[in-house]
Each structure stands twice: as structure tokens, then as C-alpha cells.
Design a protein around this ligand. Structure first.
Ligand SMILES: Nc1ncnc2c1ncn2[C@@H]1O[C@H](COP(=O)(O)OP(=O)(O)OP(=O)(O)O)[C@@H](O)[C@H]1O
Length: 366
């Protein structure tokens, strides 16, 4: 399932440092040897403690985590929507990603120039968001006048379309993103095909200084970003990109020890991966056999045959049933055989909606 989150931010806020941590982490994991082939794409493992537990239970030859993709998007400057700087290229890159991770500078360092002269996270966020809103306004205005004319002539579909465009125009003119508007399910379908930038889910990455990592609650800049994000219903991850690049060079026990020394439980990068995964409505199911225990990414809401199709199209085409046990039930039982005895392994059919943490054995026939 290759959905990707794009990393954006003003110049000099720490994007490259964070992206390097991502590629470094990806390069370390044996499962993705080609992770750094495309210089703008970094592939990382999705951290999931359940995989470890299943491995201990099943003792397979191989354990394979699922992965997630980040795309590095070149710096934006004010005026991008008018094609300034690398503006047009920037916007077209954002158009191709499924979600946005917006890096915001919260660290103070006199030696590192800030584009507007001083650290001001909200002004930084607004600068980028405004460029995206202006680009979206331009997109809808290409249709607006034509649709308005047809709506006046009482053409039925045009009236429907006009109502939506009017809502969007109003929001954009008030500097609000499309994601802040509530649409009906039917309207959502129409909005989707407009390919707007501000409809994409977003999360903010507050990049703090190394010394500030431990008391982020007292960090004024971080609090400002949190307040701003809360108004949008968006999430904030606090990282120190510089430290992340050091953590990314470590694995296993070494990494655990370093995190302990820093006094943090989970690396910022791991938090970012999980949050990005959730933001895209992704979840994980597992297959667990003697050969291999493997995590698979699926989109929440997928039926069992659709989820089976992620492994192989034959699994979907010839789907018979999904022998399913939830991760919690399996762990409680202690083994697949015991879970079966306890009646916790269900035979699910074509209509079954796969749940996060399901451990599944697909039966199929082609
Ligand atoms: N959390 C941090 N604390 C201190 N310094 C940092 C932090 N994050 C990044 N830096 C430093 O800030 C400078 C700019 O970082 P970086 O090159 O990653 O920014 P960028 O957003 O990629 O910039 P550009 O878009 O111009 O390429 C670098 O010198 C980097 O080491």
C-alpha cells in the first residue's frame, strides 16, 4: 500500500536533517535495501511491538515489518502560489502526496538564519498554509465562473456543484483550508476530484532544540503550535531533528540505551511514523506462519478479500474465507491451537471488515 506523506516547511527549519534521519533509519533495516534509491523518498519500518510478541510465539524463520514512505519536498518561499522560487514545482509535489508533515522551526540558534529574521512558528505555519490556500483558490476559480453561469440557468448538477464551490471559495477567502469545512459524503466525492492541496490531512512537526526536548510542556513555541493545530483538529509531534539523526544511526539495544539516556520513551521519528500512518487511515493486520510472521498495511474499512488482495491478487480473486483471530485474543490464549480451542478463531466471509491487529490466514482457490 504505497501511500506517502510529504515533508514540507520553510527553508532552514530542519527538513533535510529530519529527512536524513528517515533515510538513515530506512537504510539500516535489512528489509528495505533499496530504500534510498529515489533521493526524495525515504522508506521506514512501521514500529509495532505486536510483531515482536507474535515472533516469540510462532518462532518463524523470518519476521517482516510493514513500511511507510516519506517524500522530501523542496523548500517553499512566500509567493509559491504565484510561481515564485521553486513554487510551481513545490505545489505539484504536494499534489502527489497523500498527507502533509509540516516541519516548524521551534529551536533558537543565532547561527542559523531564519527566512524572516526570527523564530515565529505561527507566522511560519501561516505562510505555507496561505500559499496552499491561494493555490486551491486558483484551482476552484477555474470552474467557479462557468458553474455560476450554469447554476443561474438552473441547470441541476451545476446548482449542486456551485453550492460546494461557493463554500470552498468562502473558506479560502477567509484563509481557511478545505479540510476545515464539513461536507456530506456525497459532496466529499465531488471535492475529492478537485485534487485540492488543503484537503490533505496534515500534522505539524515541532522541531525543538536538543536542550528543550525534555521539557516541551514549558516550551512557548511548542505550545503555540499545539494551540494552532488543535483549532484545525491536527496532531503535533515534537522532535529534535538533530537528535533524531543520531538516533537513526542506532538499532536495537543501542537505540534503547540512547533513548534511556535522553530520558525519552520513543524516538520522535517513531512517533512521526505512527502518527502519519494513522493520519492516512492505515492499519495493520498480520499473517503468522512458521516460515514468516509479517505485518501488512491496509486501509481501515477494507473487506477481507480487499485486504487479501494486498498480499496477492489471486488471494482476492479466489477468496474463500479468512480465518481470523484478534491479536489480543491470540496473545491471551498463548498459541494459535489454544485460540482455536477457545473458539476465538473466526471464519470470516467476503463482507468482513478487517480490524487493526487481526491475525489472518486466508483460504483461497484460483
Ligand atoms: N532541532 C534542531 N536544533 C538545532 N539545530 C537544528 C535543529 N534541526 C536542524 N538544525 C540545524 O538547522 C540547519 C538547517 O537545517 P536543514 O538543512 O535540515 O533545514 P531545511 O529545512 O532542510 O533547509 P532548506 O529547505 O533550506 O534545505 C542545519 O544546520 C541543522 O543542523
Amino acid at each position: 500500500m504505497s501511500l506517502t506523506a510529504g515533508i514540507v516547511g520553510l527553508p532552514n527549519v530542519g527538513k533535510s536533517t529530519l529527512f536524513n534521519a528517515i533515510t538513515q533509519a530506512g537504510a539500516l533495516s535489512a528489509n528495505y535495501p533499496f530504500a534510498t534509491i529515489d533521493p526524495n523518498v525515504g522508506i521506514v519500518e512501521v514500529p509495532d511491538h505486536r510483531l515482536q510478541t507474535l515472533t516469540e510465539m510462532v518462532n518463524p524463520k523470518k519476521t517482516v515489518p510493514t513500511s511507510f514512505e516519506f517524500t522530501d519536498i523542496a523548500g517553499i518561499v512566500e509567493g509559491a502560489s504565484k510561481g515564485e522560487g521553486l513554487g510551481n514545482q513545490f505545489l505539484s509535489h504536494i499534489r502527489q502526496v497523500d498527507a502533509i508533515c509540516h516541519v516548524v522551526r521551534c529551536f533558537e540558534d543565532e547561527n542559523i538564519t531564519h527566512v524572516s529574521g526570527h523564530v515565529d512558528p505561527i507566522s511560519d505555519i501561516e505562510t505555507i498554509n496561505l500559499e496552499l490556500i491561494l493555490a486551491d483558490l486558483e484551482t476552484i476559480m477555474k470552474r467557479y465562473d462557468k458553474v455560476a453561469k450554469l447554476a443561474k440557468q438552473k441547470v441541476k448538477d451545476a446548482q449542486y456543484e456551485f453550492e460546494i464551490l461557493e463554500k470552498l471559495k468562502d473558506a479560502f477567502e477567509n484563509e481557511k483550508p478545505a479540510r476545515a469545512i464539513e461536507f456530506t459524503k456525497e459532496q466529499e466525492k465531488y471535492v475529492k476530484q478537485l485534487h485540492l492541496l488543503t484537503i490533505k490531512p496534515i500534522l505539524y512537526v515541532a522541531n525543538v532544540g536538543e536542550d528543550e526536548l525534555l521539557d516541551v510542556e514549558d516550551n512557548e513555541n511548542v505550545q503555540k503550535v499545539k494551540e494552532y493545530a488543535a483549532n484545525e483538529g491536527a496532531e503535533v509531534i515534537v522532535v529534535c531533528a538533530k537528535v533524531e539523526s543520531e538516533i537513526a544511526e542506532l538499532e536495537g539495544e543501542e537505540k534503547e540505551e540512547f533513548l534511556q539516556e535522553l530520558g525519552i520513551e520513543e524516538s520522535g521519528l517513531d512517533q512521526l511514523i505512527k502518527a502519519s500512518y494513522n493520519m492516512l487511515g492505515l492499519a495493520t493486520y498480520f499473517t503468522a506462519g512458521e516460515q514468516e510472521v509479517k505485518a501488512w498495511t491496509f486501509r481501515k474499512g477494507m473487506t477481507a478479500p480487499q485486504a487479501a488482495g494486498i498480499i496477492h491478487s489471486d488471494f482476492e480473486r479466489g477468496f474463500i474465507r479468512a480465518e481470523t483471530v484478534s491479536y489480543n485474543d491470540l496473545v491471551e490464549a498463548g498459541s494459535m491451537a489454544k485460540a482455536k480451542d477457545a473458539g476465538n478463531v473466526r471464519l470470516e466471509g467476503k463482507e468482513y471488515i478487517v480490524q487493526d491487529g487481526d491475525v489472518i490466514h486466508f483460504r483461497f482457490n484460483v
